[in-house]
Every structure is written in C-alpha cells, then in structure tokens.
Design a protein around this ligand. Structure first.
Ligand SMILES: NC(=O)c1ccc[n+]([C@@H]2O[C@H](COP(=O)([O-])OP(=O)(O)OC[C@H]3O[C@@H](n4cnc5c(N)ncnc54)[C@H](OP(=O)(O)O)[C@@H]3O)[C@@H](O)[C@H]2O)c1
Length: 243
C-alpha cells in the first residue's frame, strides 16, 4: 500500500471527508470501497496536468465546502547514475515530484487566500537532505521540495495559513518494493500514515520519521564534504576508481 492510500484511509476512518487523486481510476474505486461509506471522494487525474488540477480544486471547493487540508504526495523514484542519466527521465521526475506541486499550490491559493485559512503538507523525503548515490533526479527533486516548502512557509505565515513538510525515511510501498538495495529502518505504510496524521495535528513544521534514521541523516547533513562522501560512500558500498 502507498503512503497516500494509507493516509487517506486513516483520515477517512477518523471521520474526515477525503478527496483522493491518482491517475488510476480503478485503484481509486477500490480505495473508495475500502473506506467507511461516503468518506473518500475519487478525483482521478494527473497532477502534472495543471488544468486538470485546477478543475479538481474548483469542483471540491464548489461541491464540498472548501479544502481544509491538502497533502501533496504524488511522486516517483527511478534509480539513476552518471552513466544512465537521461535528460528526459530526469525532467519527468522533476516535473512530477517538484513542478506539479507548484501547480497544486497555484490552484489552492485563491480560495485559501480569500478565506485566510488552509493547511498544506508537502511530502518530500529525507533523500532531499543531501546528495545520495542512485538518486540524481529524485534527490534533486526532493531537495527542491524542501527548499520550496521552507520558502513557502514565510508567505503562509504572513497569510495566516499553515505549511508543513513531511520527510519520510524508507516506507514499504509499491515504490520501494522495486528497490534492490538495503533500506535501513524501513517501516510499513500504515505506520507512516499514523506518524503523518499525528504530525499534521501538531505545530512542528517538519514531520520526519523514523526518528533514529532521521537523527543519523541530520548528523550527516552537518558534516563537511570530505567526511560526508567518505562515510556515505562506504556505508552504501560505493567503489572508487584507482588513479
Ligand atoms: N516509500 C518511501 O520509502 C518514501 C520515502 C520518502 C518519501 N516518499 C515519498 O512519498 C510519496 C509517496 O510515495 P509511495 O512510496 O507511497 O509511492 P507509490 O506507492 O508509488 O504511490 C505513489 C502514488 O502517487 C500517484 N501518482 C503517481 N504519479 C501521479 C500523477 N502524475 N498524478 C497523480 N497521481 C500520481 C500514484 O497513483 P497512479 O500511479 O495511479 O497515478 C500512487 O497513488 C512520494 O512523493 C515519495 O517520493 C516515499
């Protein structure tokens, strides 16, 4: 189960009315039926299609009395490297993981600015803290998202809106099921959803988990380059060419 699906189910069971977006209409229908009756509204669509996103937001605003909380979670990961790097797949990852988020925020802002009420949560990743092997496009998109959400927070504070950044470590989902490398401290999607929902109720800007993995990565984030490259290179089994 993906993180978005787990969060949608958890919120629906808590009594929220949840609008869920994905491209796959069949999976959305399954989600609607898995949740308590009437709690999940399926809004099939592609978040990289700005006009589709605007139409979904306008429909929800008109028919369901306004969007209180938006969790921007859609994202993808494909392992890449200097040798396999392709401009088009790099751009596609940036388009979905980063640019589509700007499109969603653009669509949400008119009603939120007018109401002076709205809560935005953006799902980035601990992989955005610093460069990691195998994550050229993914890391760049998530680092961009972290910076974007930090910058947005200043405007949201001025406008009386709430912005939060969600940085998960490894979570077992269809996305990570494809990974062929060790994923330390991996947790289940339901566990991630629990931590996200708890974080959304709090006032901390960053919702990052699991705590021990995050603490290690935050230590690494503060290290000088020479130490960082040597520790992470060794820890992830990177080989160095002999000169
Ligand atoms: N799993 C982890 O370890 C982990 C760790 C840190 C951060 N994250 C982040 O958490 C988020 C969710 O990841 P996940 O592991 O739950 O992935 P997932 O299981 O692959 O789920 C991704 C979801 O995004 C939807 N989606 C993908 N492209 C879309 C598009 N263009 N328009 C609309 N919806 C789209 C997918 O549905 P359709 O394919 O039907 O569109 C799917 O429901 C991502 O942003 C990911 O980077 C995950």
């Amino acid at each position: 189960m993906g993180i978005g699906r787990a969060v949608a189910l958890r919120l629906a069971r808590d009594g929220w009315t949840v609008a869920a977006t994905a491209r796959g209409a069949d999976k959305l229908d399954e989600l609607v039926h898995e949740a308590p009756a009437g709690r999940i509204i399926a809004c099939p669509g592609d978040v990289t299609d700005t006009s589709a996103v605007h139409a979904i937001v306008q429909r929800l605003e008109a028919e369901h009395g306004g969007i209180a909380l938006a969790i921007l979670n859609a994202g993808t990961y494909a392992k890449d490297s200097a040798e396999t790097l392709k401009r088009d797949s790099f751009a596609a990852t940036i388009e979905l993981n980063l640019v589509s988020v700007a499109g969603c925020v653009e669509a949400l802002m008119p009603a939120w600015t007018e109401r002076r009420r709205g809560h935005l949560a953006i799902v980035a990743s601990v992989a955005g803290y610093r460069g990691l092997p195998g994550a050229l496009a993914y890391g760049a998109s998530k680092a961009g998202l972290i910076n974007f959400t930090e910058a947005l927070k200043f405007d949201f504070d001025r406008l009386g809106l709430k912005a939060q950044l969600i940085n998960p470590g490894f979570v077992r989902t269809p996305l990570t099921d494809k990974n062929d490398f060790p994923m330390p401290f991996i947790i289940e999607a339901e566990d991630a959803a629990e931590r996200i929902v708890r974080g959304l109720q709090g006032s901390a800007f960053e919702i990052a988990f699991p705590r021990r993995f995050v603490a290690i990565l935050k230590r690494l984030r503060g290290l000088p380059y020479s130490l960082y490259f040597s520790l992470v290179g060794r820890g992830t089994g990177q080989k160095k060419a002999r000169r």
